[in-house]
Design a protein around this ligand. Structure first.
Ligand SMILES: Nc1ncnc2c1ncn2[C@@H]1O[C@H](COP(=O)(O)OP(=O)(O)OP(=O)(O)O)[C@@H](O)[C@H]1O
Ligand SMILES: [Mg+2]
Length: 259
């Protein structure tokens, strides 16, 4: 199993949107995919499962690893796609020091792997501390959504500095790169932000695929669905299929787990 964290220092950059739709793209391609909501605010859960607040989830498990994993894993209509909601996160859990939950996060991931998933995609809260830090430290790879606007781009060097710290803690971590989100092709500022990002980072650190700003994403999440499920969602879904292919290419070799 490969596990990929979707993380950023900044909030509201499109992490949850990317995580949901990318997970769906992998699942549609036949990859047995588990999407884990590791944001204590529970946004994947809110978006994809009704009454997710009532579901036993990731944070419940961190507090009580005696909970059977099968109680956490929620199937969807797509056989290859399952979810774990965030559950009840106390403030303590969310803010706990780095490393405090490492052993439990790892036990969780081993348990998921034992259940036959090929991919575990983890949506994290903004920031690289606390449980998010422990998730990244336990992950094979991380991808970083970044909103295509000038202020957002200025935070990228800081993010990479943070990630290089995490790579010291987890030398196996593959930084898949930064994915531009909410791109408005008609806006000069959006194109300038993309160009600035490409100047700041080595070329392989910026995904070729860009996620356009599209009201479909807002509509899909209001209905609790990935965009690909909407009648007019094929175009938006295709963007995530392209992102999936880029990620597969980055992960193999040596990790050819996607077959
Ligand atoms: N490509 C897009 N086009 C239009 N709206 C988008 C797009 N991506 C995200 N949004 C909207 O922007 C808002 C923030 O997106 P999202 O929740 O995915 O960000 P996030 O990084 O997960 O935020 P947080 O840090 O709070 O977890 C949401 O209302 C979402 O619907
Ligand atoms: Mg989110």
């Amino acid at each position: 199993m490969i596990n990929i964290a979707v993380s950023s220092q900044k909030g509201g950059v499109g992490k949850t949107t990317v995580a949901i739709n990318l997970a769906h793209a992998f699942a549609r391609a036949g990859v047995r995919t588990l999407l884990v909501d590791a944001d204590p605010q529970g946004s994947v859960g809110l978006s994809l499962t009704r009454q997710s607040r009532l579901l036993t989830g990731f944070y419940d498990y961190l507090q009580d690893p005696g909970i059977a994993l099968d109680r956490l894993i929620v199937p969807t209509r797509l056989e290859t796609f399952s979810l774990v909601a965030s559950g009840q996160a106390s403030d303590y859990e969310a803010a706990g020091g780095m490393g405090a939950h490492l052993a439990r996060v790892r036990t969780f991931l081993r348990g998921v792997e034992a259940r036959g998933f090929d991919l575990c995609l983890i949506d994290t809260a903004a920031g690289l501390f606390g449980v998010t830090g422990d998730v990244i430290t336990s992950s094979d790879a991380v991808m970083i959504p970044q909103q295509a606007e000038p202020l957002g781009i200025r935070s990228v060097p800081k993010l990479l500095e943070g990630l290089s710290r995490l790579r010291i803690m987890n030398p196996r971590l593959t930084v898949l790169g930064v994915c531009l989100t909410m791109v408005q092709h008609e806006l000069a500022e959006s194109a300038e932000a993309a160009a600035a990002l490409r100047q700041l980072l080595p070329p392989e650190m910026v995904f070729r695929t860009q996620i356009p700003r599209d009201g479909l994403f807002v509509r899909a999440s209001a209905r609790g669905l990935p965009v690909g499920v909407l009648e007019d969602g094929a175009g938006a879904q295709a963007v995530f299929d392209a992102l999936r292919l880029e990620i597969e290419a980055k992960l193999e070799p040596p990790r050819g787990a996607f077959g």
